[in-house]
Design a protein around this ligand. Structure first.
Ligand SMILES: [Zn+2]
Length: 299
């Protein structure tokens, strides 16, 4: 049984191969250059590319709160609410996440599990009670599983990385934090994830760049990610690791619109068991059950 690393990229769909609107459509892109007309190609490190349906069978554009709940619980949160919910989870979704999250289920089954993202001091100062309505799906899942949140001291000691992994956005307030190249951040994710059976890392600057419709910013984010992922692989033994990169909905792959898109969520799988895992994935709802089955030895 190998370890699993889940890299969750917010707002990354598989779109058209059109350099005018899609920042993944450029010659430098080697991992995220997946398009609707050629989605199932092999990638560097022998990854399998899958377009996953993010619509959850509910009309309208997919949104983060319902999409991420679906991704990390396997429960069709949008169908329960009868709509896609943006932003942070509401009370109904919070209860689903507390009960059904992948992190909690794996932890209950004795696996060593971690949410690798570092949280800023304000989170620890205010505490989860005060922040309740502003907690992400991943934060609620981490709290429900009773895990320690990583902090900036963990970033300094190579145990964790911030959601914007270069730390550039933190320099004004926290000048003692080193600026990481994407390569350095990727190698930290590789070594940090080796301590656990299951690691989750969340990156959402892609969704922000998609909403901005700014090609230069979007291209920068995509290339940062490419370098980050490549460095992560250099420090990861794929004979003992399964890596799943996935998203909650499309956005950055089509800068012609400010909103999310109906495009499938970009998903790439590498390493141990990739073909068996890939054969089970059709929608974002399948991610949690397939990981649970994998750890249960059913795949
Ligand atoms: Zn968004």
């Amino acid at each position: 049984m190998s370890r699993v690393v889940l890299i969750f990229i917010d707002g990354l769909g598989i779109g058209n191969n059109d350099p005018l609107i899609n920042p993944c459509s450029n010659k430098e892109c080697r991992i995220l250059n997946n398009f609707l007309d050629s989605a199932c190609q092999s990638k560097p490190f022998d990854g399998i590319v899958l377009p996953l349906d993010a619509s959850l069978g509910v009309p309208g554009l997919p949104q983060s709160a319902t999409g991420q709940t679906a991704l990390l619980t396997g429960v069709n949160a949008a169908q329960l609410l009868n709509r896609h919910l943006q932003g942070f989870p509401n009370q109904t979704l919070r209860e689903i996440i507390r009960r059904e999250s992948l992190l909690k289920k794996l932890s209950d089954r004795g696996k060593r599990v971690a949410f690798i993202n570092a949280y800023p001091p304000i989170y620890f100062r205010l505490g989860p009670e005060k922040l309740q309505r502003h907690l992400s799906v991943t934060s609620i899942a981490t709290l429900a599983a009773d895990f320690k949140f990583f902090n900036f001291d963990d970033v300094l000691h190579g145990r964790s990385i911030y959601q914007e992994f270069t730390n550039r956005t933190l320099q004004d307030k926290y000048p003692n934090l080193p600026i990481f190249t994407p390569q350095k951040a990727g190698s930290i994710l590789a070594s940090a994830s080796r301590r656990f059976d299951f690691s989750l890392y969340e990156y959402f600057q892609t969704d922000r760049a998609g909403h901005s419709q700014n090609m230069e910013l979007a291209y920068t984010e995509i290339m940062k990610l490419e370098q980050f992922i490549e460095a992560f692989f250099k420090g990861t033994d794929l004979s003992g690791t399964t890596v799943i990169l996935t998203s909650d909905h499309g956005n950055i792959e089509d800068l012609s619109v400010r909103s999310h898109t109906m495009n499938p969520a970009m998903t790439v799988i590498w390493g141990e068991g990739k073909a068996q895992i890939a054969s089970r994935l059709k929608t974002i709802l399948d991610i949690t059950p397939v990981i649970l089955d994998y750890f249960a030895g059913k795949i």
